[in-house]
Ligand binder design. Structure first.
Ligand SMILES: CC(C)(COP(=O)(O)OP(=O)(O)OC[C@H]1O[C@@H](n2cnc3c(N)ncnc32)[C@H](O)[C@@H]1OP(=O)(O)O)[C@@H](O)C(=O)NCCC(=O)NCCS
Length: 140
């Protein structure tokens, strides 16, 4: 994915959809430059994908793959960051989830910034960490 594949800046984040996670970035989340550490965003992407996968599978899931991630804009301290999820595929043992990340600039700004998008595949596992079939639920 290149930055050009991401939504343009004048787009608005998904309306009427609840994000899987919404979190305010704090000074503890920064890198040496003072902006938000990419690993913090990745960690929330991972969690958001697991939350979405649990709509389809009741039990343990682990991350097997995350596609290429491009950070289009920096995330800043105080930004309210939302992680929207969408199921792409429910397979035999896996659920693939698209996670779209949007930052609302701090102090309730009306500026929304598309930060990144990622596709994450979660695999259902048992208590020995062996893959198991998805226990499908009728609907999310
Ligand atoms: C997840 C794990 C149990 C899968 O075991 P495996 O024997 O390699 O499984 P398979 O290759 O048969 O793949 C299982 C599913 O994952 C999917 N998958 C595997 N590799 C993938 C990849 N690179 N991208 C997308 N999907 C992938 C397969 O398509 C399959 O899905 P399906 O059954 O729904 O069709 C094993 O790889 C593992 O334990 N990985 C570590 C997971 C972990 O600890 N993650 C946390 C980060 S450290």
């Amino acid at each position: 994915m290149s930055p050009d594949d991401l939504p343009p800046d004048d787009l608005e984040p998904p309306r009427g959809r609840e994000p899987a996670i919404r979190v305010v970035m704090m000074p503890r989340d920064t890198n040496a430059l003072g902006t938000i550490f990419g690993g913090v965003i990745l960690s929330h992407i991972d969690l958001a994908a697991a939350i979405e996968a649990h709509h389809y599978h009741h039990g343990r899931v682990v991350t097997v793959a995350m596609d290429e991630i491009v950070f289009k804009k920096p995330v800043l301290v105080g930004d309210l960051v939302s992680f929207y999820t969408e199921t792409v595929r429910v397979g035999t043992t896996s659920v693939t989830v698209k996670v779209s990340v949007w930052a609302r600039r701090r102090f309730g700004s009306s500026e929304y910034v598309p930060v990144t998008e990622a596709q994450v595949t979660m695999v259902a596992v048992d208590d020995q960490f062996q893959k198991v079939p998805i226990r499908r639920r009728e609907s999310p």
